[in-house]
Ligand binder design. Structure first.
Ligand code: SAH
Length: 452
């Protein structure tokens, strides 16, 4: 077993989703952040647990061929882009194996794996950013929290965000500083301005500026609205979100439109979509469209089927399938997202889609009692996966096919395994990179009811 403070030389042979390289020292797995597969590195062991240990790099003896020069000045402090030190090709290889390992090792499953769908754009691909505010040297700044901390790393020009976001942030910060608006302090709960939250439609270019505040300060923001709309023609909506609570949840429940429209619109798979501050919308539109196209390929609807879309957000997946379905039944827990979904159906003249608000399991359970019997179920749960209740209900509904979309391969594999124990075969899995340069990876899974 390795010992604390031991220094040794080892070759990095794997990479985790957390961006840590993995090597073996005296037979034990050692996680070493910031390394790449193929690095020969001198490592100092800093912590030894029962079955694994942590190390830090003392010196790279021979660098991995995967290494690339990283071009972001805050890469180390910010921690958002865990894979910026390796080539994008190596990143796709890593993410593909993370997806495969989840299904084969966690799930004990043997699906066919489709080719990993890497992204064309690896920079400026996001359509959403939420920047907390803080005071530095007496001035308001914004940025991102360093990993596992609430220590702000000042950033206005994040490489993953649209370039215009940097200019908007500087305008808002300039205004806050000039008017001496107070900045929220997490420890005392005092101060007003909490977050600057920006969204931009990837196709439409429409921008929403959402200012998250502790209490209503609309009067103090009217001159800012003028300044922003005079400088940025693409801003279509300025919203104040009021969050009075002492919490690290970013958004409060109440939104007040200060200027323009309550929502911005964009297109997703050819349908127009309305996006409000509180509704979920995939952050990488172009890759989400490829993800949904894969989901549609797996679902292969024939036009006669009822499709349930659980965890449907603003309805984008179901609506992209509506033309090839008898009926779409969506379920989503956020009321504003359900409202958006209904309006999205209307504005695209889709008349065979209905949307219900509430917990996926609870609502789907009720719908089942009322006779809802989908031929196919699409599920797209948050990172923690489906609840046991939802998995049970899906199996009990016994659809011909299940298409699962997930931003967490580990919980997707767990849920797929549960369904495989309830009479489903896990046929195909495809990894899709919605989050280039970060440690996250998405996957789509096709399951079908065993013939037996
Ligand atoms: N399918 C959508 C949204 C996927 S994200 C899209 O691709 O855009 C997951 C969604 O599940 C979010 O909209 C979230 O609000 C919703 N959600 C989270 N927990 C839920 C629950 N228990 N029941 C129903 N929906 C839930």
């Amino acid at each position: 077993m390795p010992e604390k403070n031991q220094v040794c030389t080892a070759e990095i042979t794997g990479l985790t989703a957390e961006g840590s390289g993995v090597c073996r020292v005296d037979g034990m797995a050692v996680f070493v952040p910031g390394t790449a597969v193929g690095d020969m590195a001198e490592i100092k062991i800093v912590k030894v647990l029962k079955s694994y240990a942590f190390g830090i790099v003392e010196r790279i003896v021979t660098p991995s061929p995967d290494r690339v020069e990283n071009t972001c000045s805050v890469y180390k402090q910010c921690g958002g882009c865990l894979l910026r030190h390796i080539s994008y090709e190596a990143e796709c290889r890593t993410k593909d194996s993370i997806v495969r390992d989840a299904f084969t090792r966690i799930g004990g499953l043997t699906p066919e794996f489709d080719s990993f769908l890497g992204a064309e754009a690896t920079e400026h691909y996001r359509n959403k950013a939420q920047y907390p505010l803080a005071i530095r040297d007496g001035k308001a700044v914004c940025g991102f929290y360093a990993p596992r901390s609430h220590r702000l790393v000042p950033v206005t020009d994040c490489a993953l965000q649209p370039e215009v976001f940097g200019e908007i942030l500087r305008t808002v910060l300039g205004y806050i500083n000039e008017k001496k608006l107070s900045v929220y302090d997490e420890t005392t709960g005092s101060g007003i301005m909490r977050h600057i939250y920006l969204r931009r439609g990837a196709h439409s270019g429409e921008i929403m500026v959402c200012l998250v505040v502790r209490k209503d300060v609309s009067r103090q923001l009217s001159a800012l609205c003028r300044l922003l709309t005079e400088s940025f023609a693409d801003i279509k909506s300025i919203v104040m979100n009021i969050n009075p609570r002492k919490t690290n949840v970013i958004l409060g429940d109440s939104c007040v439109t200060l200027w323009g429209s309550d929502t911005i619109s964009d297109t997703m798979c050819g349908n127009t979509v309305e996006i409000s501050p509180l509704s979920f919308y995939q952050v990488n539109t172009l890759q989400a469209e490829r993800l949904y196209a894969k989901a549609l390929e797996y679902a292969a609807p024939d036009g006669s089927e009822v499709i349930a879309d659980l965890y449907c957000g603003a309805g984008t997946i179901g609506l992209s399938m509506a033309e090839k379905a008898a009926k779409i039944v969506g379920v989503e827990i956020i009321p504003q997202a359900v409202e958006n979904a209904k309006r999205n159906a209307q504005s695209n003249n889709i008349t065979n889609a209905e949307f219900h608000c509430g917990d996926a399991g609870e609502v789907f359970g009720k719908l089942r009692k009322q006779g809802c019997a989908p031929d196919m179920i699409v599920v797209d749960p948050p990172r923690k996966g489906c609840s046991q209740e939802t998995v049970d209900l899906i199996a009990e509904a016994s659809p011909k096919r299940i298409v699962m979309i997930s931003c967490n391969p580990a919980t997707a594999a767990r849920d797929a395994k549960l369904l495989s124990e309830k009479g489903y075969s896990v046929d195909k899995v495809c990894g899709v990179d919605l989050f280039p340069r970060t440690g996250h990876v998405e996957c789509v899974v096709l399951m079908s009811r065993d013939k037996a």
